[in-house]
Write a protein that binds this ligand. Structure first.
Ligand code: HEM
Length: 555
């Protein structure tokens, strides 16, 4: 701790001393139990109590950075965590992937094979090049169609099951995103009512349950990854055995996907439908067959393909699902923005025909504004870590041209929630949910000479560089960004073109639309659920999704 402190002093940044590294597994187990005691600490230690919590950046927003500055050091035994919330520094760090590579802690995600999310250097170039071909406009169009199909089925279920009262909204958005990923990514179409929830022949656990168990117990999976049989041993506690079964089943699901695709590719039908798996197999197999190519540079092994399938499931489903769940809840709380969105939907969508991707998606600017505002305040990725060992200085705009030298054994963490709620970038009401901030209204009303409607003349806001980075920026920007945007727009437009939603209460009668004090009470409870969020598995999520009760009614 003393050595870390001496190193940290060379940075000349505000210092917060922590007697323990927040990533320490033991500390993570003990901390929730002693959290009330931590609150009693004297003022100069309270910062440590805040920062040592993994969800601190979401709860604290920009408060600690407002007090201490755009960068600070959490001095811990053996390591210094440099927290950065300076838009210029963040942009420089994220655009220099070689100088600021991903740290080793990403290795935890290599459980099923090395993949684009975890590797660095030339290996990353190969993975990124091969996986990037899976994200093109054809896939976007496929994502749009499948998202509409899933959303319509979900809505019919919502409106009929309990007369519009919905208690599983958060879970249902997960099913939708898994099904969209399955269809657009893996070529397997599923029905909302069954699909990934069902246990197919030859399995003992559904695809969804196996994936969710792995995500929630990543650390345990990693600990036992050297010997899966040990996890499955009957001498192990039941919980460990169940997670072991999830790993075994998920591996089997991926083997089946690969086998099915290899078989389908030999038939005409399989060859005509590009998806993530067959694109990866085809590119890799073609490279293998080409004697002029050094295959290790141009192909992925089967293990790497599986590693990438896993990472697309991990990175591509809970992120989008939670964004949808937060957005629907926030619109239920702030009903005025439902009206605002419905105005755009009524203008853009034609009730007589199905909305097609090319002509509809680009016009849903208010819908996108709602996504951006949701991500700004409740983005699933709360921070981005980077290794600083290959670099000499921290590129802080406030210290230019004399950037502070980075001491050895330091880890940089970019604080996304602080950046997204900084009053400097987001004005006097940075914590308010106000999607209209993302739209610049037309400077003059439509005229006869220029009859464009108000909606078509609205311009999306482009925030200053580094002040809005929910998908990161630079070469390692999220490759699924457009995938998620298209999926979000399709689901939200399907739901809100047909329905309005209001908060409800567990004790309300199905179909009852609340008013007066009961509506206020329901709104307060829903706001509580939204704010009571934390790290569930690997993304920010509501901790009590089962308490979210909504009432949908047709418009
Ligand atoms: C709202 C939805 C999403 C958000 C907010 C999001 C956010 C992010 C962020 C911040 C990163 C950078 C992480 C880092 O550098 O440490 C990232 C990387 C990544 N995301 Fe997403 N993501 C979303 C949806 C998706 C989807 C739908 C997919 C795939 C279907 C996906 C696949 C990936 C992959 C493979 C990477 C690693 C890329 C690389 O390192 O080169 N994401 N995402």
């Amino acid at each position: 701790l003393y050595r870390s402190y001496q190193n940290a002093r060379t940075l000349g940044l505000p210092i917060v001393i922590s007697p323990v590294d927040p990533r320490n597994i033991l500390w993570q187990l003990v901390r929730p139990r002693i959290q009330p005691l931590l609150r009693l600490l004297p003022n100069n230690l309270i910062q440590f109590a805040i920062i040592s919590n993994p969800t601190w950046s979401f709860w604290d927003k920009a408060a600690v950075h407002q007090r201490l500055g755009p960068a600070l050091v959490l001095v811990c035994p053996g390591i210094n965590h440099i927290w950065v919330a300076d838009p210029d520094a963040v942009t420089t760090i994220l655009t220099n992937r070689k100088e600021f590579p991903k740290p080793n802690l990403y290795n935890i995600l290599n459980v099923f094979g090395r993949n684009v999310d975890t590797v660095n250097g030339e290996e990353w170039t190969r993975h990124r090049k091969l996986t990037a071909s899976c994200f093109n406009e054809r896939i976007s169009s496929h994502v749009w169609d499948e998202s509409l199909r899933q959303a319509e089925a979900m809505l019919s279920h919502w409106l009929t099951a309990e007369k519009g009262r919905v208690r599983d909204m958060v879970d249902d958005t997960r099913i939708v995103t898994l099904h969209v990923l399955s269809a657009a990514g893996f070529g397997v179409r599923q029905d909302f009512g069954g699909g990934v929830r069902k246990v197919p022949e030859g399995h003992t656990m559904s695809f969804r349950d196996s994936l969710m168990l792995i995500l929630f117990h990543l650390a345990m999976v990693l600990t036992f990854s050297f010997n899966l049989n040990l996890m499955l041993s009957r001498f192990m506690p039941k919980r460990i055995q169940r997670v072991g079964t999830a790993v075994k089943e998920f591996r089997q699901y991926m083997d089946e996907m690969l086998d099915n695709e290899r078989q389908a590719m030999t038939t005409k039908q399989g060859a005509s439908k590009p998806n993530l798996i067959n694109t990866l197999i085809r590119e890799s197999d073609e490279a293998k067959a080409d004697a002029n190519k050094n295959t290790s540079l141009f192909r992925l092994t089967d293990d790497e393909i599986k590693g990438n399938i896993f990472i697309f499931n991990l990175a591509g489903h809970d992120t989008t699902a939670n964004t949808l769940a937060y957005a629907i809840s926030l619109l239920a709380i702030h009903s005025e923005y439902q009206t605002w969105l419905a105005e755009e939907l009524d203008h853009v969508l034609d009730p007589e025909k199905a909305a097609d991707y090319e002509s509809t998606y680009p016009r849903l600017k208010r819908c996108q504004a709602i996504m951006y505002e949701t991500l700004r305040l409740y983005g699933p990725v709360t921070y981005i870590p980077r290794d600083a060992s290959a670099n000499e200085v921290l590129p802080l705009s406030t210290h230019a041209p004399q950037h502070p030298p980075i001491p050895p054994r330091s880890l940089i963490t970019l604080n996304l929630h602080a950046i997204h709620t900084s009053p400097a970038a987001w004005g006097p009401d940075p914590l308010a949910f106000r999607p209209t901030r993302w739209i610049i209204p037309p400077s003059s009303p439509p005229t006869l000479a220029s009859p464009r409607s108000v909606f078509d003349a609205e311009t999306p806001l482009v925030p200053p560089a580094g002040s809005f980075i929910p998908w990161s920026v630079g070469p390692r920007v999220c490759p699924g960004m457009k995938f998620a945007q298209v999926e979000f727009a399709a689901v939200m437009s399907a739901v809100f073109a047909r329905c309005r939603v209001a908060p409800s209460l567990a004790g309300a009668v199905a179909g009852e639309v609340l008013g007066g004090e009961r509506l206020e009470e329901a709104r307060r409870l829903l706001r509580g659920c939204v704010e009571d969020s934390g790290f569930e598995a690997v993304t920010l999520a509501m901790r009590r999704p089962e308490d979210v009760v909504l009432q949908f009614e047709e418009r």
